[in-house]
Design a protein around this ligand. Structure first.
Ligand SMILES: NC(=O)c1ccc[n+]([C@@H]2O[C@H](COP(=O)([O-])OP(=O)(O)OC[C@H]3O[C@@H](n4cnc5c(N)ncnc54)[C@H](O)[C@@H]3O)[C@@H](O)[C@H]2O)c1
Length: 447
């Protein structure tokens, strides 16, 4: 099948590459000329495990092309995916300007006798499929085309991939949601997705509005789990209990499940923060006060500011002249994405208190440097970051941070204190090795 993917970021690039991998001819469109140039020259623009290999293979086979021209991109396509940004607008709701402006342009380029399925893959509020449809239809009518409503359908197909395991998630999705009220696109998308659900995971068909809400409901529920566990962690610290024990005890109940129960320094990333806000805003728009989500947002803010006060209190309220090493900048491991990363807030807070920060992240340092410049020092590796440090703060749970050489750390650090936002180490081990160690929802090891 001929496919166009509009927007070649974290979702669009993975989507385009994975559809090419099952034999489709894919054209990816992006307005960012630099990005298109880099991709066309054979280089991937994001770090995503496993992506580079299939990207190279499909580009070589001629199944994956890149262009800045929307008209060229959609010319031969039967299916046009919109993988465009839907950032948080000023009032907290999702900003649809990118999606609607592309819809308008699609309306300019659709041809008579050339039916296309337009698919919203971006996370968009309920009613967006109708708005996209109305926008395109308006344009077609202004062009005086006959039976414009037969030239296209708009489908909601929200994306559930997780950065860091995006290729795996896309190739073997837990489920595919297809929101459409008409038969024709249902068949076309069913065929397209068939190779991805061969093991029996479902394609769930529903109406457009339910599909749009499903995505927000899923993200909001996951964010709620995080904030809930972060509140349990706060309570553990006050009651002298251990959140990791509580988590294990809770998670062994099938109705709760073991996954996604880790407490930490609050959720970040390109999705949860904006999606929880957008859903709260959507609810307000229909006079519904979504109380749980308001609390989820509040708790997350509190949790993001939980770690640095521990550092401050350890140093008697002052960090002037102190050097703090920071392990992890990406909002989670296995990605270079730093959108709303807790580490950035930690850097700001440490700097405001007078500390010098020396950071290391296996993949995200380039992106942080683009945003923050050389305000902080960037280390060559995790040990280099510790050279002469008064404390180590851990913000992202990259695997390589999990079993470090503690003796080497001790020999490099001026003062052996770790403030761990991801609970990577056992308390008993820290006691034995002799580090001062503070984590989340567990008692402090004071050395
Ligand atoms: N990142 C994720 O993990 C994830 C997961 C599921 C859903 N989503 C949703 O998918 C959507 C895209 O997210 P993303 O993380 O890929 O965003 P992104 O910012 O990484 O990528 C968006 C791309 O669209 C391009 N673009 C902007 N305007 C354009 C235009 N007019 N024409 C062509 N290209 C244009 C940008 O240059 C950019 O490359 C969002 O709605 C997001 O909420 C994201």
């Amino acid at each position: 099948m001929n496919i166009a993917v509009i927007g070649t970021g974290y979702v669009g690039l993975v989507t385009g590459t994975c559809f090419a991998e099952t034999g489709n001819m894919v054209t990816c469109v992006d307005i960012d000329e630099e990005k298109v140039k880099t991709l066309s020259s054979g280089k991937v623009t994001i770090y995503e495990p496993g992506l580079e290999k299939i990207f190279e293979r499909n580009q070589k086979e001629g199944r994956l092309r890149f262009t800045t021209s929307l008209s060229e991109g959609i010319w031969e396509a039967r299916i046009v995916f919109l993988a465009l940004p839907t950032p948080q607008g000023e009032d907290g709701s999702a900003d649809l300007q990118y999606v609607l402006s592309v819809a308008e342009n699609i309306g300019k380029f659709l041809r008579p006798d050339d039916y296309k399925v337009i698919v919203d893959k971006s996370t968009v509020p309920v009613g967006t499929a109708e708005r996209v449809r109305d926008t395109i239809l308006g344009l077609l009518k202004s062009r005086n085309l006959e039976h414009p409503e037969n030239l296209f359908d708009v489908v909601s197909n929200p994306e559930f991939l997780r950065e860091g395991v995006a290729v795996e998630d896309f190739m073997k999705p837990n489920r595919v949601i297809i929101g459409t009220s008409t038969e024709r696109p249902r068949k076309i998308l069913g065929q397209l997705y068939a190779p991805f659900v061969r093991q029996g995971n479902p394609i769930i068909y529903m109406d457009e509005r339910s599909a749009e809400l499903t995505k927000y409901a899923a993200n909001a529920f996951l964010a709620t789990k995080i904030s809930f566990m972060n509140e349990i962690a706060q309570l553990c610290e006050k009651l002298n209990a251990d959140v990791d024990m509580v988590r294990k005890g809770m998670g062994s109940d099938d109705r709760i499940g073991r996954r996604f129960l880790f407490s930490g320094i609050g959720y970040g990333g390109s999705c949860f923060p904006k999606d929880v806000k957008a859903l709260t805003k959507s609810a307000q728009g229909v006079n519904y006060d979504f109380k749980i989500l308001e609390a989820v947002l509040d708790v997350n803010e509190i949790q993001k500011q939980h770690l640095v006060p521990k550092v401050l209190s350890y140093f008697g309220g002052k960090l002037e002249g102190k050097t703090v090493a920071l392990w992890g900048l990406a909002f989670k491991p296995n990605t270079d994405d730093i959108r709303e990363a807790p580490a950035l807030r930690i850097i700001e807070a440490l700097e405001q208190s007078g500390a010098q920060v020396c950071a290391y992240d296996p993949e995200a340092m380039g992106n942080v440097q683009k945003q923050m410049g050389d305000r902080i020092r960037y280390a060559d590796n995790q040990y280099d970051a510790l050279d002469g440090a008064d404390a180590l703060v851990i913000a992202t749970e990259w695997s390589e941070f999990r079993t470090p050489d503690f003796n080497r750390m001790k020999s490099l650090m001026k003062n052996c204190a770790i403030f761990d936002g991801r609970n990577l180490f056992e308390l008993a081990q820290m006691e034995e090795i002799g580090f001062h160690y503070e984590s989340i929802g567990r008692k402090a090891v004071r050395n």
